[in-house]
Design a protein around this ligand. Structure first.
Ligand SMILES: [Zn+2]
Length: 130
């Protein structure tokens, strides 16, 4: 049953860890966060996630930032690849989130560019002043 997923991008058979998938959160009517691919309740994974191979919409960031990118959000580990689900983020200031988070523009797996929250401190330490 998981064979198809395992062979995603044709990399499975070469033993290469598939790139993580980045998706916007889905929610149950009660507000709990679910994985948009398998529907599992992932509310309890809320916290800082690490995203390998981030696809920045901003080419400069792509060159400046080292992997992994830290993101505030959720994670589903029930797949052959990690599904990282960044919390909704309002603009560069991440004005809907607590102080200390800042928005970066990421290309999600559905190829839509969305703001995703990353710790401002982390960007500073890597010499990126936003
Ligand atoms: Zn899932």
């Amino acid at each position: 049953m998981t064979e198809l997923r395992n062979d995603r991008n044709g990399l499975g058979r070469f033993n290469v860890t598939p790139a993580p998938v980045v998706r916007a959160p889905a929610r149950n009517p009660d507000g709990s966060v679910i994985c948009p691919e398998c529907g599992s309740d992932i509310s309890s994974s809320r916290g800082t996630q690490r995203l390998r191979k981030p696809d920045f919409a901003d080419r400069t960031l792509q060159q400046q930032l080292e992997e992994p990118l830290l993101l505030y959000g959720w994670l589903c580990t029930r797949h052959q690849y990690d599904i990282v689900i960044p919390a909704a983020c309002r603009g560069r200031d991440a004005s809907n989130l607590p102080t200390g988070w800042i928005g970066v523009r990421l290309v999600f797996t559905d190829e839509i560019v969305r703001w995703a929250p990353t710790p401002r401190k982390e960007l500073r330490e890597q010499g990126v002043d936003r």
